[in-house]
Design a protein around this ligand. Sequence first.
Ligand SMILES: N[C@@H](CCC(=O)N[C@@H](CS)C(=O)NCC(=O)O)C(=O)O
Length: 285
Amino acid sequence: MSNLTLYGYGESVASNMARLALSEKKIKFNYNLVYLESKGDHLRDSYKKLNPKTLIPTLLADNKPIPDSIEIMKYIDKEFPNQGESLFPPDDTEFNKLLDYLFLDDEKELGETFGTTGGGISIPVLARLLCKRSFFSVLWDYLKNHGVNKRKPIFIMVRLLGGPPPGVYKKMMSFLAKHLIYTENYLNHGKQFIYGDSYSAADCCLTALLHRVQEMRFYGVFDGKKLPNLSKYWNNISSRPSYTEAIINYETGEWKPELIGLYGEGPNDHNDLLWTEINKLIEEK
Ligand SMILES: N[C@@H](CCC(=O)N[C@@H](CS)C(=O)NCC(=O)O)C(=O)O
């Protein structure tokens, strides 16, 4: 059996996807916490050697680094075929299309897919964490060390403004509304999981995304009223042991105070806008 170490961060959508997969496959691993915006641990040379894009997660398997959540899922599914859930159906174009839509694709624009929207809706918290560091250390670190060129100006701008650039978060609400409705309709198939009757890598992605929706205090999405399929799906998926094991148990605690600072005990300040967008789409149908 290989010796596995995961490099990840608690409140990270892509790390949650990989940890869910490890949990569903009942695989034990060592864990290395890499602090992102608040400290910039992922931008250090030692981590860049493992993951040249300076993104998390990375799985170290017998000293071989495997960057990217989907690659990690593929690797463990192949290495441990008879353990836990089987995450990938044999070559299936429809499944691959769904996965492309749900995973956090760092080549795509924020909002383009559900996966990248998970990053977009997180910006208010990321901004506050970045603001724990001086503007010049963020500027220097991201310009010099970040491995994805198109992310550099985004993080620097967000640090400068202390929040999302004007209009960007509003735009994220219309993307999020669109993706929630798309997923709600996809689930019209009435099956237990997003790709049918068995749990798959697509569920790892969707669970992490829906958790982020809830974490960012978008209320009413899972109350069963307007999006009944999503609510049913969420109840099912969040009651699996993997949800606690892979997501809740790994929270660093860095996000909670920032969310309270942003929204107190209430909903996201764009919650009403999200619902205006969702209602518009429901009426158009
Ligand atoms: N395609 C990658 C995306 C990974 C990714 O974007 N990770 C985020 C955290 S969820 C990250 O490392 N952000 C830090 C940064 O870009 O500086 C994957 O699925 O693993």
